[in-house]
Design a protein around this ligand. Structure first.
Ligand code: BTN
Length: 247
């Protein structure tokens, strides 16, 4: 089981950067950078991550797994599954929580957490990876940008009572350790089992292009295969714009 070395900070630009610096200095796997607030928290595709103080979990975990670059997305899956485990342990009914490809954890259909994995590679092997988790536990979105307010939720809002942040952090770290310990077994089956995206009409932004079709499956490398009017399309990196609900 991974041995954690938790480093706490009041406020940082981004826990990802601190953790990366520690990795570059040779820190071992298991270093966790946790901050009360982030001034420049980031998500995928360079987006900002809303990070007000004392309301949510912002963490970055240094990992040095024996994985090829092709399996990097497994770490995203492990992070997302661990958040689901933590929600479960916090008493959230599993029927209300699920996953949205590629890195979103949903609660009542809204984003409650996001996973960001950044890695350094030597040839085709992972030198290290930083697994970032932003988990909206008690977040007040009153001052958040409209786009965030429209799509995000937190556990407090969904459950109706505030959660103890340090307990939520302990649960999340325990879940991450357990999921990570299952490597080299693939997390894909567990991930797919909770994915709300499959079998549904989807619209994705892939670079400058929009891909429209039905989400068919996720492959071992984390790519989403979409059945479009011009055939099957494999998307390795893209943004799911919306999900159409079946009637
Ligand atoms: C996403 O959904 O796009 C990923 C969001 C990841 C946010 C977390 S918060 C802790 C860590 N530090 C960051 O700057 N980002 C990640």
């Amino acid at each position: 089981m991974i041995h954690y070395d938790v480093r706490r900070f009041a406020s940082v630009p981004s826990t990802m950067d601190i953790c990366r610096q520690l990795a570059e200095q040779g820190a071992p796997e298991g270093v966790v950078v946790v901050a009360d607030a982030q001034m420049a928290g980031r998500g995928r595709a360079g987006r900002a991550w809303y990070s007000p103080p004392g309301q949510a979990i912002y963490l970055s975990l240094l990992l040095r797994p024996s994985l090829t670059a092709r399996r990097l997305s497994w770490l995203t899956m492990i992070g997302a599954l661990a958040v689901l485990d933590a929600l479960d342990a916090l008493g959230v009914p599993s029927s209300r929580a699920g996953l949205k490809w590629a890195n979103d954890v949903l609660l009542d259909g809204k984003k409650v957490a996001g996973i960001l994995v950044e890695a350094a590679l030597t040839a085709d092997r992972l030198d290290y990876a930083v697994l970032g988790v932003g988990f909206n536990v008690n977040t007040d979105f009153g001052d958040a940008p409209e786009a965030v307010r429209a799509q995000a939720t937190c556990v407090r809002q969904a459950i109706g009572c505030a959660m103890d942040l340090s307990n939520a952090l302990d649960l999340l770290l325990a879940a991450l350790a357990k999921r990570y310990a299952q490597l080299p077994a693939s997390p894909l089956p567990a991930y797919v089992a909770r994915l709300e995206t499959l079998g549904r009409p989807v619209r994705l932004r892939v670079g400058d292009e929009e891909v429209v079709g039905v989400a068919e499956r996720v492959e071992e490398d984390g790519a989403l295969v979409v059945n479009t009017s011009s055939g099957l399309r494999r998307v390795t990196f893209g943004d799911l714009l919306d999900r159409c609900v079946h009637s």
